[in-house]
Design a protein around this ligand. Structure first.
Ligand code: DX5
Ligand code: ZN
Length: 210
């Protein structure tokens, strides 16, 4: 599996150093969680942080929009440095139009589903998606417990469209990664599992080789 450490769990007083540790430790992508306090009951960070860290590395920026009107912000996140833009099926904007906006901006479109949303919901869009993000916790916070039942969605999606990447997000660490790999996950996001590990590089390698 590819590994995308979630910057949400980084040390923001030493962000540059912390990001350097995970990038030099072999991170494949950086995962950036954007929260608006409406779609999820939490706030995180926005354009200035994405822009500020963009020059630090060339690895892809995987921006996860947990916001009510993702379509309105696509262009600005692309400009700030997003390569892959994930937005939620459950958000208020039209899925097709939001995907079009992401493609027009020159980024890769990904559709995210919360634990309560069936995998079937993404079927009409699969042929135009770069990736599906299967949430393995309720979005909003790092450090929650992995939901193993979500692996059924991963298996279903990999069967329907093997070429579309499947990413999982929430509660991924050395203990839960093997079941993800077995189900066919392509990319795993890990926040606390990487940034709070004593040896982030070792944590990344353990996930990559799960
Ligand atoms: C949760 C975010 C996750 C979060 C994962 O809403 O989407 O990306 O940072 O954190 P861990 O890996 O600690 O569960
Ligand atoms: Zn996320």
């Amino acid at each position: 599996m590819k590994v995308a450490p979630s910057v949400l769990s980084a040390d923001f007083t030493n962000l540059q150093q912390d990001l350097h540790r995970v990038v030099s430790g072999g991170a494949d992508w950086l995962h950036l969680d954007i929260m608006d306090g409406v779609f999820v009951p939490n706030l995180s960070f926005g354009f200035p942080v994405v822009e500020a860290i963009r020059p630090l590395t060339e690895i892809p920026f995987d921006v996860h929009l947990m916001i009510t009107h993702p379509k309105e912000y696509v262009r600005r996140f692309r400009k700030a440095g997003a390569d892959i833009i994930s937005f939620h099926y459950e958000s208020a904007d039209d899925v097709s139009e939001t995907m079009d906006e992401i493609c027009a901006a020159g980024a890769k479109p990904a559709l995210a589903i919360k634990p309560g949303t069936p995998a079937e919901a993404v079927l009409p869009y699969l042929d135009r998606l770069y990736m599906v993000l299967v949430m393995t916790v309720e979005p909003g916070f790092g450090g929650q417990k992995f939901m193993p039942d979500m692996m059924q969605k991963v298996r279903f999606l990999k069967e329907k469209a093997p070429h579309v990447l499947v990413e999982v997000d929430g509660g991924i660490h050395a203990g839960t990664a093997p079941s993800c790999a077995q189900a066919g996950v392509d990319v795993c996001v890990a926040g606390t599992g990487v940034f709070l590990a004593e040896d982030p590089a070792a944590a990344i390698h353990a996930l990559q080789n799960a």
